[in-house]
Design a protein around this ligand. Structure first.
Ligand SMILES: [Zn+2]
Length: 65
């Protein structure tokens, strides 16, 4: 239960929750990632910063190569 609740989509009169689709690590912002949310009904997208508690997880380990 619980899980990540997205923001309310502004395109609807009622409360339509947007769902988290992807995460992006921000340079120079340790402990915070940008989450891309999308509305399941209209496809509206929005980005919001997500506080991950300052602990770099597997999603933000900026590696590559
Ligand atoms: Zn929507």
């Amino acid at each position: 239960m619980g899980g990540t609740e997205g923001p309310v989509c502004p395109q609807h009169a009622g409360e339509v929750r947007m769902t988290l689709v992807t995460l992006h690590s921000e340079h120079g912002r340790p402990g915070e990632v940008m989450g891309a949310y999308r509305c399941p009904q209209c496809g509206h997208e929005r980005r919001l910063p997500i506080d991950i508690g300052g602990e770099p997880g597997p999603l933000v380990s900026g590696g590559g190569a």
